[in-house]
Design a protein around this ligand. Structure first.
Ligand SMILES: Nc1ncnc2c1ncn2[C@@H]1O[C@H](COP(=O)(O)OP(=O)(O)OP(=O)(O)O)[C@@H](O)[C@H]1O
Length: 236
C-alpha cells in the first residue's frame, strides 16, 4: 500500500458555534484506511459520527486538522480546493441507509447520472453503469424502474452509483440497517469485493450487530475522539 492513498485523517477538530454555547463535536480524530480496506466506525449517539462523515464528505467545514483523500490533501486547516461540489461528485461515493434512487430514471440512468454530470459521454457512462450493475448482480434489472426492485436490489444499485465515478473513498452511513441478516452480510461482502477491485477505501458507520464482527479493523468514536481496535474479521 502507498500510505498516502486511501483516507488519512490527522488531528481533526470540529467546533459548532462560538463562546459559551460552542460544542466541540470532534476533538481529536485520527484514522487511516488503506485502498481496498473496509473499516467500521462505531460510537454512541452524540459521539460525533455524523459530524465526521459530514466533514469527510465536504458537507461541513472542520475547524482544524488534516484530511487526505486518495493522496490529495483536501483539508489542511482550511479547504485545499475551491470546488467542493466537484470534490463530492468525483472523489467521494456515498451510500446511505435508504437507497435514494431517482424514481423517474431507470436503474442504469440512476448509476450513469453522476459520471454524466462529471463530463463522461452518455454512452460511456451507461456502459460503465451496466458493468457495475453486472458486478453487483443486478445487471438483469438494468432497464427496470427503481420501484420494481426489492430493497436489497435497490441497495446494490446505490452501491453501483457510489462507485460510478471511481472515487478513492466511499462513506457508508448505516448501509445495512433496514436489511435482514443475510442481505446485510451480502452488502458487506459486496463492499469488501468492490473495495479490493476498485482500490477504494471504505468507512462504514454502523450500529448493526449483524455486520460488526466482519470488520478487520474498527474505529470507535467517543466524545469526539477516535480509538482503533482490531476487529474479528469474520469471513463473509
Ligand atoms: N449543527 C450543530 N450545531 C451544534 N451542535 C451540533 C450540531 N450538530 C451536532 N451537534 C452536536 O455535536 C455532537 C456530535 O453530534 P453528531 O450528530 O456528530 O453525533 P452522532 O454520533 O452522529 O450521533 P447519532 O448517532 O445520535 O446520530 C453532539 O453533541 C451534537 O449535539
Amino acid at each position: 500500500m502507498r500510505p498516502e492513498l486511501g483516507i488519512r485523517i490527522e488531528g481533526l477538530r470540529k467546533r459548532y458555534g462560538e463562546g459559551d454555547t460552542a460544542v466541540d463535536a470532534l476533538k481529536d480524530v485520527n484514522m487511516t484506511v488503506a485502498p481496498g480496506e473496509v473499516v467500521g466506525l462505531i460510537g454512541p449517539s452524540g459521539s460525533g459520527k455524523s459530524t465526521l462523515l459530514k466533514c469527510l464528505g465536504a458537507v461541513i467545514e472542520p475547524t482544524a486538522g488534516r484530511m487526505i483523500l486518495g493522496g490529495e490533501a483536501i483539508y489542511a486547516d482550511g479547504w485545499q480546493t475551491p470546488d467542493l461540489r466537484a470534490l463530492r461528485r468525483d472523489r467521494i461515493g456515498f451510500v446511505f441507509q435508504a437507497p435514494y434512487l431517482i424514481p423517474f430514471l431507470d436503474v442504469t440512468d440512476n448509476v450513469a447520472l453522476l459520471p454524466m454530470l462529471a463530463g463522461v459521454r452518455n454512452g460511456a457512462a451507461r456502459e460503465r453503469a451496466v458493468e457495475l450493475l453486472e458486478a453487483l448482480d443486478v445487471g438483469h434489472r438494468a432497464r427496470a424502474w427503481p420501484s420494481q426492485l426489492s430493497g436489497g436490489e435497490q441497495q446494490r444499485v446505490s452501491i453501483a452509483r457510489a462507485l460510478a465515478n471511481k472515487p478513492p473513498v466511499i462513506l457508508a452511513d448505516e448501509p445495512t440497517a433496514p436489511l435482514d441478516s443475510e442481505r446485510a452480510l451480502a452488502v458487506v461482502r459486496i463492499l469488501n469485493q468492490m473495495a479490493v477491485q476498485h482500490h477504494t477505501a471504505i468507512i462504514v458507520v454502523t450500529h448493526d450487530e449483524k455486520i460488526i464482527p466482519t470488520f478487520k479493523r474498527i474505529y470507535h468514536i467517543r466524545d469526539g475522539r477516535t480509538y482503533e481496535e482490531a476487529g474479528l474479521g469474520q469471513s463473509l
